[in-house]
Design a protein. Structure first.
Length: 153
């Protein structure tokens, strides 16, 4: 019976770790998901490791329970997000227009914590030399920028 309780405790700690990491990712914003710099990635990995240490108890069985719980939680979360738009928007955020009619929406850039230079780099990556060439550019919930050129339908 103690082993079952130990595994249940480990599963609960893994769920707490997963919830905290989801919160950290949500607070970090969509930028971290798609426009990640090397430093952003290093910070995220470090946070995950630091948060994992107090939640992962010693032993192979505990590691298997932790891994399985987090993996199954993630599968469940992605399935739920695919089914319910409101949950996906809560956990990942909504798409946000960055450029409309060739005009950069500075308020959205500020809200999404994206610099003008990062926007320009994202547009260049898509083949646009300036925001004026873009009818609509959107920061998707994945953190990637998508864009439609002006004059295109």
């Amino acid at each position: 019976m103690p082993q079952v309780l130990d595994c249940a405790r480990q599963a609960l700690l893994a769920l707490v770790w997963y919830a905290v990491m989801m919160g950290v990712l949500r607070l970090a914003g969509k930028r971290l998901a798609g426009q990640t710099t090397t430093f952003d990635l290093l910070v995220l990995i470090t946070l995950g490791v630091v948060l994992q240490k107090p939640t992962l108890e010693d032993g192979k069985a505990q590691a298997i329970v932790f891994f399985s719980t987090v993996f199954l939680s993630h599968l469940g979360q992605t399935a739920a997000c695919a089914r319910w738009t409101w949950l996906r928007h809560l956990l990942r955020g909504k798409p946000a227009a960055l450029v409309r009619g060739g005009v950069v929406l500075e308020t959205t850039l500020r809200d999404e914590r994206i610099s003008h230079e990062e926007l320009l780099a994202g547009l260049r990556k898509l083949g646009f030399d300036s925001p004026e060439a873009v009818e609509l550019a959107v920061l998707e919930e994945t953190g990637h920028i998508s864009a439609v050129g002006r004059g295109k339908t």
